[in-house]
Design a protein around this ligand. Structure first.
Ligand code: UD1
Length: 446
């Protein structure tokens, strides 16, 4: 069994300094899946973050028969080279599927390239039911035959995929990306209406086009893909991680510090930056980076926020924002419109002294003067980011457990925060007190 590990955070230090942005997890994962579309030539990806989700995707690609070379790249990131020559296996092993929801991305590329794919129902963060019906319906429109049994999905398209008109009821990021990849090698044109407009969708289109695909409209509501016979090799740099950057900026704001992230993230963080400003933080954003100066003592003005598909406020920053608002001068209202159960972090914040009432998809956060350090555990990836930010602004020492979640999506977070002056260290083994010693306070939920 792996040793118990926690992050021990001594709060109360205002963070100061500059950090480079890192490559985006949510861009890197579909890009890696897309590497399966290229039979001849190499897909070279730069600025791939070092994360367990990326490791799982690499393991899946290797299991399917691809050769993946992993080399160190700048700022602790990686350079990945994938060769996916014939023959490819088409079954994603269930134990890998269970470790990461994004393995659903393998469906589109495998169907397009080999005409067959078998996956288990996807795992991932526990933030409510996360169906994949839009992925499956879209692929079916393109001629795939989909059978679901015993928790497995078997898809085939013996005669190849054909372009189709697909309307998505919701702008699902994953479904848009999966269908774009499938359509890249399909016969004829595919039109995806109601597509997600996230920057990671645009990054995937950029990579596909550089490999020889014909994708237009990425970043808009209607994406068009004209299928081609084959894709070739490509060299592509992953876009910066706007969610990681936002987390670092919130850590700066919540400690009343002054922090800059270097990298072209500002255009993808407009809604977030507007909320930060409304909260009383000073933000300077330009083409090269974003700089925040937090309000006095890291205590925000209350704000009302509603998550929404891009370009709205990103759901992935909602938990982290709540950690900052927990110490606001007044009451904030946070509405989660993307996921049905994304307030798992609230009970841990309450344990630290926050006042949060959750009613359905709305959380009412009555700001308190201080949070206190206690042992807490994260139940999902962004909850882990939220608890670290709360701990940085809290009094005393907080032990944050659930690092398995943190490491899925935050590369070197302890070292990065330490570089800004935070007192954060990883503690393993006996000294890592489990948080169960503290009784769970009630969070009103319905
Ligand atoms: C991606 C991101 C995740 C982010 C989310 C929303 C990756 C690897 N992950 O996840 O970090 O939180 O976008 O910005 O990029 N839905 C359906 N049917 C489907 C697909 C989705 O009902 O077939 C629903 C989901 O349950 C959810 C909503 O649509 O309520 C948005 O999901 P989606 O955009 O697909 O998120 P992911 O691609 O899984």
């Amino acid at each position: 069994m792996a040793a118990v590990a926690i992050l021990r955070v001594d709060g109360g230090t205002a963070l100061r300094g500059v950090l480079p942005t890192l490559g985006a997890k949510n861009a890197a994962l579909p890009l890696l899946a897309a590497s399966l579309l290229t039979a001849e030539g190499e897909t070279e990806l730069l600025a791939v973050p070092r994360l367990t989700d990326v490791d799982v995707m690499v393991e899946i690609l290797r299991t399917l028969g691809a050769q993946v070379a992993v080399e160190p790249w700048v700022n602790g990131q990686q350079r990945l080279c994938v060769r996916a020559a014939e023959p490819l296996d088409t079954t994603v092993p269930p134990h890998l599927m269970a470790r990461m929801r994004s393995s659903v991305f393998l469906l589109g590329p495998l169907l397009a390239r080999v005409g067959r794919a078998r996956i288990a129902y996807p795992g991932g963060c526990d933030i409510g039911s996360r169906p994949i019906d839009l992925h499956l319906r879209g692929l079916a429109r393109m001629g795939a035959r989909i059978e679901e049994r015993d928790g497995e999905i078997e898809a085939s398209a013996p005669g190849g995929l054909a372009g189709a008109y697909i309307r998505l009821d919701l702008p699902s990021v994953g479904a848009t990306e999966n269908l774009m990849m499938a359509a890249a090698l399909a016969r004829g044109e595919t039109v995806i209406e109601g597509a997600a407009r996230e920057p990671e969708v645009v990054d995937l289109a950029r990579m596909l086009n550089a490999a020889g695909a014909v994708v237009t409209g990425a970043g808009e509501r209607v994406v068009r893909v004209r299928g081609v016979n084959a894709l070739g090799g490509v060299r592509h740099r992953v876009i910066p991680d706007r969610i990681e950057a936002g987390t670092i900026l919130l850590a700066g704001a919540a400690t009343g510090g002054e922090v800059r992230v270097e990298g072209p993230v500002a255009p993808s963080l407009e809604a977030f930056i507007a909320v930060l400003r409304e909260s009383g933080a000073e933000v300077e954003a330009d083409a090269d980076g974003v700089e925040v100066r937090g309000p006095a003592e890291g205590r925000a003005h209350p704000v009302d926020v509603r998550t929404a598909p891009h370009p709205g406020f990103p759901t992935d920053l909602q938990p982290v924002l709540m950690a900052y608002l927990a110490r606001a001068h007044g009451t904030s209202v946070v509405q989660e419109t993307i996921f049905e159960n994304r307030f798992g972090h609230a009970s841990a914040l309450v344990r630290m002294g926050a006042r949060v009432r959750v009613v359905g998809r709305t959380a009412v956060v009555d700001g308190v003067e201080r949070l206190r350090g206690v042992p807490v555990a994260a139940g999902d990836l962004r909850a882990a980011g939220a608890l670290v930010v709360a701990a940085l602004g809290a009094e005393g020492s907080t032990d944050v457990a659930g690092l398995g979640h943190l490491e899925r999506g935050y590369q070197d977070l302890d070292a990065r925060l330490t570089a800004l002056g935070a007192k954060v260290r990883r503690v393993e083994g006996e000294a890592a007190r489990p948080p169960t010693a503290v009784p769970e306070p009630a969070v009103q939920a319905s």
